[in-house]
Design a protein around this ligand. Structure first.
Ligand code: AMP
Ligand code: ZN
Length: 112
């Protein structure tokens, strides 16, 4: 399967990794929208949030658990936002589920 984030997870293409374990990987977004902009993905391919089900939802909880555990090390101890774009109207451009973690400044809300 020709999935850019699967390739990042397998180190077939380079990325700036900020956290990794056997299940997930977190790396810097190539086009940051905030001083800190990290993407968190499961290594196993899930296409989008609409493909979360009872078989694979554990990894989603695990991603949030690791974000909570690592936020201080990532410089996000004063707050951050987790974003998931899902599907065409949701602005998803890469078809491997990913959570944007943005921070490092006071973030505007709620203008979309
Ligand atoms: P989305 O629009 O929610 O699907 O987000 C995709 C994100 O992936 C965008 O913010 C891109 O800047 C980012 N991106 C695409 N290719 C790479 C890459 N090779 N390394 C890091 N970030 C990437
Ligand atoms: Zn993938």
């Amino acid at each position: 399967m020709d999935c850019i984030f699967c390739k990042i997870a397998k180190k077939e293409i380079p990325s700036s990794i900020v956290y990794e374990d056997e299940k997930i990987i977190m790396f810097k977004d190539l086009n940051p929208i905030a001083p800190i902009h990290i993407l968190a993905i499961p290594k196993k391919h899930i296409s989008s949030a609409s493909d979360i089900n009872s078989e694979n939802s554990q990894i989603i909880a695990y991603i949030f658990e690791i974000i909570a555990k690592e936020n201080k090390k990532l410089g996000l101890e004063n707050g951050y936002r987790i974003i998931n774009n899902c599907g065409k109207l949701g602005g998803q451009t890469v078809g491997h589920i990913h959570f944007h973690i943005v921070g490092g400044k006071e973030l505007a809300w709620p203008k979309l």
